[in-house]
Every structure is written in structure tokens, then in C-alpha cells.
Design a protein around this ligand. Structure first.
Ligand code: AP5
Length: 212
């Protein structure tokens, strides 16, 4: 069974790699960021409460995130494995996850901070089908429009410079300590996130399928 966590700073490429690997392994890609963005877009009570925290680059309160994560993890498609991207983000979330399910491996992505900022500032997203582009490294065929459905691409509100600074600080203060939490449990595998998506995918695949 594959019960995997992807840990790493904003913009390191977790979502890009998670969607590829989840497809290959046949497990669902559970992204708390994507779940929260869907709630914001649907204007649900949860989305309305989360929106201000997200656009400022702060974490959404644990009680809200835990609620959506529990619901998603209990879906039938997650019973035979999952790839969790963006959760846990702090010690309380890690302990809550321990109480919900065992985890087989934690892949910890790392990149120099100037590269991270470049990946975040160049990211563009299709609001219709959610495809993620990058102005330099994976641009759309027709500038500013989604290859799949032609929708004008958007920048995530939290990819603006002020929010990026906050997100990187929140990561260093609250999420990076989880590296030690999982290292001491023997679950952590570091992933060098430099290079092309294909190069990183080869490292990720090797780490995720080792000893399995
Ligand atoms: P979330 O959506 O989880 O954002 P994040 O962790 O900050 O990660 P990102 O989505 O920014 O980056 P990524 O690592 O997935 O990179 P990507 O693959 O897109 O969370 C957003 C917000 O939601 C949080 O700030 C918080 O408010 C809230 N939230 C979420 N989970 C929460 C939780 N558990 N608790 C509380 N609050 C929570 O790649 C980035 C760009 O680089 C793309 O343009 C991509 O095309 C490009 N790229 C990717 N790989 C490469 C490569 N190898 N080479 C060149 N370019 C690349």
C-alpha cells in the first residue's frame, strides 16, 4: 500500500510531482490547498473563512483543515492508499494525522530560496481545469490561455510577492520542524527538487517505490 506524504516549501514542485506520481501509482492525490481553493471558489462557509488566511499567506486554522482532510481521507478511493500534498503543516496537524492513519513514507522536497521565488512568481493557473503552467518552464502554447480549454490564465492571489514572503516564513517556523518529526520516525527521504520536472519525477518515483 502507498500512503505517502509530500513535504516541502511553497513552490518547490509538490503539486506537479504529486499529480504525476498519484496517476502512476493509482492512488488519489489529496491536496489540502486544492480542497481549500475549491471551497473558496464555491463560496462555501469554509471557503469564506479560509480565503483571507490563504490570500495573506497564513495557514488556515487547524480545525477547518482537519475537517476537510478527515472527510476526504474517509472516501472509498483513499482506502487503499493516498498521496497527501500540503498536509501536515505543523506539529498539531502531524499528531492529528497519526491518530487517523499510518504513513509509509515522507518525501521532503528542497530547493534554494531564489529558485522557489522564481517558480512561484512565474506560476499561472487555469481557473476552469486547474492546469498549472509556468511562464518560463512550462508556458501555454498560446500566451495567457489554457491549452485545454482556452480560458484566460490567472495568478494565484498568494503568489503575489507580499504573500510569498509570509508563506516562506510560515514554512520555516511551523512546517520545517516536521522534517525532524518524521526523520526520528525513520520515514523521511530527502528529494533534490532542482532540475526539470522529468528529472525530479525520476527521483520521486525511485524514493516512493523503494523497498515496496
Ligand atoms: P498549497 O496549495 O498547499 O500551497 P504550497 O504548499 O504553498 O505549495 P504550492 O502549491 O505553492 O507549490 P507546489 O510545491 O505545489 O509547487 P507547484 O508544483 O505548483 O497551500 C496554499 C495555502 O492553503 C496555504 O498557504 C494555506 O493558507 C492553505 N493551506 C493548505 N494546506 C493547509 C494546511 N494543511 N493547513 C493550513 N493551511 C493550509 O510548482 C510551482 C511552479 O513551478 C509551477 O508553475 C510549476 O509549473 C513550476 N515547476 C514545478 N516543478 C518544476 C521544475 N522541476 N522545474 C521548473 N519549474 C517547475
Amino acid at each position: 500500500m502507498h500512503r505517502l506524504l509530500f513535504l516541502g516549501p511553497p513552490g518547490v514542485g509538490k503539486g506537479t510531482q504529486a499529480s504525476r506520481l498519484a496517476r502512476e501509482l493509482g492512488v488519489p492525490h489529496l491536496s489540502t490547498g486544492d480542497l481549500l481553493r475549491s471551497a473558496v471558489a464555491a463560496r462555501t462557509p469554509l471557503g469564506l473563512e479560509a480565503e483571507g488566511h490563504m490570500s495573506a499567506g497564513r495557514l488556515v486554522p487547524d480545525s477547518l483543515v482537519l475537517g476537510i482532510l478527515k472527510e476526504r481521507l474517509s472516501s472509498p478511493d483513499a482506502r487503499s492508499g493516498f498521496l497527501l500534498d500540503g498536509f501536515p503543516r505543523n506539529r498539531a496537524q502531524a499528531e492529528a494525522l497519526d491518530a487517523l492513519t499510518p504513513v509509509d513514507a515522507v518525501l521532503a522536497f528542497d530547493l534554494p530560496s531564489d529558485v522557489l521565488v522564481g517558480r512561484l512568481s512565474g506560476r499561472r493557473v487555469c481557473p476552469t481545469c486547474k492546469t498549472v503552467y509556468h511562464l518560463e518552464t512550462s508556458p501555454p502554447k498560446s500566451p495567457g490561455r489554457c491549452d485545454r480549454d482556452g480560458t484566460p490564465l490567472e495568478q494565484r492571489p498568494d503568489d503575489r510577492p507580499e504573500a510569498v514572503t509570509t508563506r516562506l516564513r510560515v514554512y520555516a517556523e511551523q512546517t520545517a520542524p516536521l522534517l525532524e518529526y518524521y526523520r526520528t520516525r525513520g520515514l523521511l527521504t530527502p528529494i533534490d527538487a532542482r532540475g526539470s520536472p522529468d528529472e525530479v519525477a525520476a527521483r520521486v518515483r525511485a524514493a516512493a517505490t523503494r523497498n515496496r
